[in-house]
Ligand binder design. Structure first.
Ligand code: MLT
Length: 314
């Protein structure tokens, strides 16, 4: 009977829309990846992809919702490096990153930029550095909560410049960007998928990129790397991956991962990603096993850095 039921399930799956939980507010870099990929993924699965934005606590609220969701193949999680930083930041995380999820493929890697409010009196990294030293104790650094990519980058930035800043958390870097544009906060480290448009529009001050190599996107190519500006070895880029609750039927996982591999080759998805400085993954990490191995290594890597920083969320 089980064999028949399994075969019947595999035959019919997916027979209704699939919800992809994005653990940050709509309009931000994670949401952008989800909506762009969702078009191609939905086409490959011949089903509707519904995006459910569940922001808060640096992405851990959304991740918890999926860890506890019915493992029926109709709830997925699209998350990022926060999957690997949260175990080090949250000592009472309500899920186990490696055991409570089924791993589907890794999706992309996105560099970050260090940007400032338009009224900030600095137009390049050297001037920003002077402004930081002259405003110690008065600087507001925006992020999307502990565990967010913007938090990780902001934490490492503060450490390396040796100046503590007031952290202003949001439910995602979309709302954070609104306050930066309004001048309510001073600086933020955010993914190019969210900052490229603002930089191209001259709406924010752009100071540097967080990768070791300069970027090739024309509007970002002129930004220096933090590594070249004295923050030796500074290297942060944000990956995004797809996950399902532990126990999701193998037939569903196989269909989703096959569709994901098709979606990751979609020309329109590539075009959108590349225009915003992101790189679509096309290596072994699109396979569940390699993706999981990669995240396990990232948990160790960032766990060590976070312990050294002595930053905990709970
Ligand atoms: C977002 O989608 O809002 C960002 O990925 C948040 C972050 O991780 O900084």
């Amino acid at each position: 009977a089980t064999v028949l039921a399994t075969a019947a399930f595999a035959q019919g799956y997916p027979e209704k829309p699939i919800t992809v939980v994005v653990p940050f507010a709509a309009g931000g870099p994670t949401d952008k990846v989800a909506r762009d990929l969702g078009v191609a993924l939905g086409a490959a699965l011949k089903q509707t992809i519904i995006i459910d934005n569940v922001g808060g606590a640096g992405g851990t609220l959304g991740a918890t919702k999926v860890a506890k969701a019915a493992p029926d193949g109709y709830t997925l999680l699209l998350h990022h490096i926060g999957m690997a930083t949260s175990p080090g930041l949250y000592r009472k995380l309500p899920y186990n990153t490696l055991n409570d999820f089924e791993y589907l493929g890794l999706i992309n890697e996105v560099p970050m930029t260090l940007i400032g409010r338009p009224t900030l009196p600095a137009s390049n990294y050297a001037e920003l550095r002077k402004w930081i030293d002259a405003n110690k104790g008065k600087i507001n650094l925006a992020n999307a909560g502990l565990g967010a990519a913007s938090h990780l980058c902001g934490m490492l930035f503060q450490q390396q410049v040796g100046v503590d800043m007031t952290t202003v958390p949001y439910k995602g870097t979309a709302p954070a960007m609104n306050d930066l544009l309004g001048g309510q906060v001073d600086i933020m480290c955010d993914q190019t998928t969210n900052t490229t448009g603002q930089i191209e529009g001259g709406k924010v001050k752009a100071f540097a990129v967080t990768t070791l190599k300069p970027l090739t996107t024309p509007s970002l190519a002129k930004l220096p790397t933090l590594d070249s500006q004295g923050l030796k070895g500074f290297n942060v880029s944000i990956w995004h991956g797809l996950y399902a609750p532990k126990g999701t039927p193998a037939a569903a996982l196989e269909k989703i991962n096959a569709a994901l591999k098709v979606a990751l080759k979609d020309a329109e998805f590539h075009k959108r990603e590349e225009a915003l400085g992101a790189v679509v993954v096309n290596d072994a990490r699109v396979s569940p096993a390699e993706h999981k191995k990669f995240v396990a290594a990232e948990i160790d890597k960032w766990g060590t850095a976070i312990k050294a920083a002595g930053v905990y969320a709970d």
